[in-house]
Design a protein around this ligand. Structure first.
Ligand code: ADP
Length: 470
């Protein structure tokens, strides 16, 4: 079992398989963002470029050997899972058991993609004329990856695994709030035997380190997970530099629709987990709970009780379901959103306050009588706030559920339709197989599944003149 006195081994940059100081030599306590600048991004991209150069160890490695390296890294993460989970909880605040769960899922993701390495291939094409045409699936090259703080290890693995399987080299910028596990996993990658420069980690701020990676002409693709607002910036960086490929996994305001025929207890449970998991800090959170009129009152009563019963506290304490929110700005935003819900006339059924004055703890909060025009029904709160909206008919709820700028996830609970809780992966499901990503302002491009692999590959067509078609 993890505890908060675990050693923090790595706080620098990881470039070319070494932990090195920032060019500015600026160092900060681990929980503060590290000042990394354009000069550090230059070094990291140069290392990744060199690792991808013609004749490099990585470029000439057998695909099957790449798969073995990824599997080895998965095994090392499994070996150190308790340490990594404790570090994740220390840095992020999520319950230790949740960190274990996230890391176990991440190991699966590495193993899933490890198997792909030697199964990536193109086609032969019956082109016109005396020619033999074929396609090759090639790694896109140096990729920049920028991730948020809500699932530090899982987001890292979702990005690294397909990129490595494809044969790319990586410069990753973890979120400024949560660099620690990224550096610890980088150390394990070195131990596994990844050649230097294949994986580089650049902890730092977004507008400096992140932007420098995105604007770099030697970076051929940026994969980003974060806010819709910064998603706009990432596309702009691409347009302003080398038109690098971009994939964006952004915000959401996902509907969970509960029909009259649902088992109310089960619906309450699913809806509760859909919004309160990870303290509501989840881009695919079920943040609009639509409940049909016939079960509405009963649902509101039970959902509110369930929120009141949720155990909030020290994330290292066994049984804790919710730790602190990530930081002060996030806490402030959540409290502002709660205030707006009250002010706009939603009924506060549970919670509604900060807990204590130390740490960023928020009471699990439930609003009923929420209407579509309220800010809490339109904007992402990214906190433990359930908003319950009443509906009457199927046609009405389809229209209302889709009436959002986002399009990341959705769920339906009913006996009539057999696709109930499909949007919130249950703790038993293997998520690595299924692509994840948005429509509309939730972004484009996919994480996970075969689709994510394609994000890191490009197709080269080769035509060979032949004397005679055969
Ligand atoms: P969140 O609200 O979840 O913190 P952000 O979109 O602000 O979402 O941050 C997600 C990631 O994007 C973080 O790693 C952050 O440092 C990075 N980031 C923020 N601003 C920029 C930027 N202007 N350019 C590149 N990356 C950025």
């Amino acid at each position: 079992m993890g505890d908060k006195n675990i050693p923090i081994k790595y706080t620098q940059l990881f470039i070319d398989n070494e932990f090195v100081d920032a060019v500015s030599k600026k160092n900060f306590p681990y929980f503060q963002p590290f000042k990394r600048t354009k000069a550090d991004a230059e070094r990291a991209v140069a290392a990744a470029k060199s690792a991808f150069s013609r004749g490099s160890e990585w470029r000439s490695m057998d695909a099957s050997a790449r798969g073995k390296l990824i599997n080895k890294l998965a095994d090392l993460i499994q070996r150190d899972i308790e340490y990594l989970a404790a570090l994740e909880t220390l840095n992020n605040g999520k319950p230790y058991e949740d960190s274990i769960f996230d890391i176990q899922g991440s190991i699966d993701v590495f193993k899933y993609y490890a198997g792909y390495c030697d199964k990536i291939h193109g086609n032969t094409i019956p082109a016109d004329g005396n020619c033999f045409a074929l396609t090759r699936k090639e790694p896109i090259g140096v990729v920049g990856q920028i991730i948020p703080w809500n699932y530090p290890i899982a987001m890292l693995v979702w990005k690294w695994a397909p990129a490595l399987a494809a044969g790319c080299t990586i410069v990753m910028k973890p979120a400024e709030q949560t660099p620690l596990t990224a550096l610890a996993v980088a150390a394990l990658a070195r131990e596994a035997g990844f050649p230097k420069g294949v994986i580089n980690v650049l902890p730092g701020y977004g507008p400096t380190a992140g932007a420098a990676v995105c604007l770099h002409d030697d970076v051929r693709k940026v994969a980003f997970t974060g806010s819709t607002e910064i998603g706009h910036c990432i596309l702009e960086y691409s347009a302003k530099s080398n038109l690098k490929a971009v994939s964006l996994e952004l915000g959401g305001k996902s509907p969970l629709v509960i029909f009259d025929d649902a088992d109310v207890n089960e619906a309450v449970e699913i809806a509760h987990n859909a919004i309160f998991a990870n303290h509501g800090q989840n881009c695919c959170a079920g943040s609009r709970t639509f409940v049909q009129a016939g079960v509405y009152d009963e649902f509101v009563k039970r959902a509110s009780q369930k929120a009141r019963d949720r155990k909030v506290g020290n994330p290292f304490q066994p049984g804790t379901e919710q730790g602190p929110q990530i930081d002060q700005p996030s806490l402030d935003k959540i409290l502002r959103m709660i205030a707006s819900g009250k002010q706009e006339g939603a009924t506060l059924q549970a919670g509604g306050n900060r807990i204590g004055t130390e740490g960023y703890f928020v009471e699990p909060t439930v609003f009923s009588d929420v209407t579509d025009d309220m800010i809490i029904a339109k904007e992402e709160i990214f906190g433990p706030v359930q908003t319950i909206l009443k509906f009457e008919t199927l046609d009405e709820v389809i229209q209302r559920a889709n009436n959002t700028k986002y399009g990341l996830a959705a769920g339906v609970i009913t006996k009539k339709y057999q696709y109930c809780d499909c949007f919130c992966p249950s703790r038993r499901s293997r998520i690595s197989l299924t692509p994840f990503g948005g429509y509309k302002k939730s972004g484009f491009g996919k994480d996970l599944g075969e689709d994510a692999l394609k994000e890191y590959l490009q197709t080269k067509t080769i035509s060979i003149k032949v004397p005679m078609k055969n």
